[in-house]
Write a protein that binds this ligand. Structure first.
Ligand code: AP5
Length: 217
């Protein structure tokens, strides 16, 4: 069964964590624009070089760059066949409209937009304690989900790190940008009858359970 899902929510709401759970259950493509950008920065590609300063300060990378990136990923064969979980895209109304046009061109439609709700205090607590594995993308938390051996990824044995944008000042900026530029998408999808609210403070499989309950997977 395929599923076409957008995950919305502030930084640290658990989009990447919940997407990994959905992927574990159904092998649907997980498209994280943050992960694609971080990989581009690491490889010093043209996109990476253009995006780095935006990411380091918690600002959004320009829409045209992001829309081009998503378009080239979405036209790959696995998407039409098996569906997708979009994690981190769209983040502006311009991006949401571009996604609608792209799906229409592909004769696909979205099944659901899941909005993970969480308080600012919880965001700061989670992100300052987050650790990630740059090799395989696994996400940890030194308090609630530590690695078994300190600093070593359970999944691939790589070294886990703290993201450059997980400093408190940058987190506060990301929250502000989220409120101004991304939160209007809650209305955007509500008006289209696609919005489902998920309590992001609860366990990390609430998105899977919600999708099962509405018959999307
Ligand atoms: P991106 O990587 O997308 O960052 P984000 O949206 O800020 O989201 P995060 O990855 O920080 O958090 P998350 O919601 O995935 O939470 P996670 O699961 O890791 O984007 C980074 C930057 O790239 C942006 O600032 C921007 O510059 C640029 N960018 C990306 N996409 C863009 C776009 N479309 N347009 C323009 N610019 C773009 O969980 C967080 C922590 O909480 C972890 O430690 C985890 O273990 C823990 N946790 C998760 N769930 C739970 C739970 N249920 N209970 C307890 N702890 C939990």
């Amino acid at each position: 069964m395929s599923a076409r899902v957008v995950l919305l929510g502030p930084p640290g709401a658990g989009k990447g964590t919940q997407a990994a759970k959905i992927k574990e259950k159904r092998n649907i493509a997980h498209i994280s624009t943050g992960d694609i950008l971080r990989d581009s920065v690491k490889r010093k590609t043209e996109i990476g070089l253009a995006a780095k300063s935006y990411m380091d300060s918690g600002r959004l990378v320009p829409d045209d760059l992001m829309i081009g990136m998503i378009r080239s990923r979405m036209v790959q064969g696995d998407i039409a066949a098996g569906g997708f979980i979009l994690d981190g895209f769209p983040r502006t109304t311009v991006q949401a409209e571009a996604l609608d046009r792209l799906l229409e061109d592909m004769s696909l439609c979205l099944d659901a937009a899941l909005f993970l709700e969480i308080s600012d205090d919880e965001v700061v607590r989670r992100l300052t304690n987050r650790r990630v594995c740059p090799s395989c993308g696994a996400i940890y938390n030194v308090i609630v989900r530590p690695t078994k051996a300190e600093g070593i990824c359970d999944a691939c044995g790589g070294s886990v790190i703290q993201r450059d944008d997980d400093k408190e000042q940058v987190i506060r900026n990301r929250l502000m940008v989220y409120r101004e530029r991304t939160s209007p998408l809650i209305d955007y999808y509500e008006k289209r009858g696609l919005l489902y609210r998920v309590d992001g403070a609860k366990s990390s499989d609430t998105a899977v359970r919600l999708l099962e309950s509405i018959g999307v997977m």
